[in-house]
Design a protein around this ligand. Sequence first.
Ligand code: ZN
Length: 131
Amino acid sequence: MIDLNDDVILANNMRSRAYVKYTPYTVGAVLTTRNGKKYTGCNIQNNGIQSYCAERVAFLKAISEGEFLFDRIVIMGGPKGKPAEKCLPCGYCRQFISEFVDKDFKVYTVYDNKVEEYTFEELLPYSFKLD
Ligand code: ZN
């Protein structure tokens, strides 16, 4: 498996930037492009309208900088002030991300000193096929 140490440190640090005024759950994400550039994200809640998950924030930052070729995303999330727990993209994020990745895009969730790897295809419902 590839070395994810830098991504794990960054993702964990990003949890502290989460804006979680309404639900105390913090998530950090690190999105890496195929040429090795990294874009970070944290969840940003909002009262009354759609909140932004860490994964989407990372994608929005990258896409707005002209990046469209992605290799992987590392996600760490859990209750505020507590260790990370298993945390994967929500359905809304999966649909959003599907616009920009292929089925082999890797999704990692890191918790309890372990790394779980998924291909994006594994996270999609059976009815949803990517080329
Ligand atoms: Zn989400």
